[in-house]
Design a protein around this ligand. Structure first.
Ligand SMILES: [Fe+2]
Length: 232
């Protein structure tokens, strides 16, 4: 088990890149993951964000209805996913707690999204097929190496949309790595207008861990912003 692990992060549905599901389908075909982990920001929830919201975007309710059709499509590609809680996707619960709502009043994610087998967890640690442990978290530090060193094990995170890298470190006992898997966002969407003038761009892609070895799979776009339909 955990011989081929696919790590997806920061789709921010419905503001994901239009080709991201096709890209993920091709990744599935080529790498045949036995484990799929989505490390957060599956949904954007811009309309109930703790930050300023854009009044020209759909309301929370409209967006949830729209998102549900995308979730259904994603579930048909990956029927069994472990979803890690995160800042955006957990906004419903954060909002509720802020206004004194007990968790007992709230429905679990799988319930209101209508997924059958997906399960939501806090950060998760798995033993990979090579016997090494790996920690999966939404995002704890811009420098993933620090997270790996603090945890004393391999680590994967998302959250930092411009970070797409693998870093190694070693001590006398072992060799460890940390991987940032970028995101799959359409940066041109209005929900990300704050990033319009950034000099750096979000990096689109995902990560796979093959028998304990990390590999990044960038989703390369052409000049029109479409995926080139090839895994590089
Ligand atoms: Fe995010």
């Amino acid at each position: 088990m955990h011989q081929s692990v696919l790590v997806i992060s920061d789709l921010h549905i419905p503001y994901h890149h239009k080709d991201s599901f096709d890209f993920l389908k091709e990744v599935k075909k080529q790498f045949k993951p036995d484990t799929v982990i989505n490390i957060g920001d599956l949904l954007d929830f811009h309309a109930i964000s703790m930050q300023e919201t854009n009044p020209d975007l759909p309301s929370a309710g409209d967006k949830l209805s729209l998102s549900k059709s995308y979730i259904k499509e994603l579930e048909s590609i990956f029927p069994d996913v472990t979803e890690v809680h995160s800042n955006h996707s957990s906004l419903v619960y954060r909002r509720a707690i802020k206004y004194g709502m007990s968790a007992q009043f709230l429905r679990p994610y799988g319930d209101f999204l209508g997924t059958k087998k997906w399960k939501w967890v806090d950060d998760i640690t798995l033993k990979l097929s090579n016997g090494k442990r790996c920690h999966f978290t939404h995002g704890k530090s811009a420098d993933v190496l620090k997270v790996s060193q603090t945890m004393g094990m391999n680590c994967v995170q998302g959250h930092y949309h411009t970070q797409f890298n693998i870093k190694y470190w070693a001590n006398p006992d072992d060799l460890y790595w940390g991987m940032n898997v970028g995101c799959l966002i359409n940066q041109k969407s209005m929900a990300f207008s704050y990033a319009r003038n950034f000099n750096t761009r979000f990096v689109l892609g995902c990560g796979v861990i093959l028998n304990g070895v990390p590999r990044l799979l960038p989703m390369v776009l052409n000049n029109n912003g479409d995926w080139i339909k090839e895994i590089v």
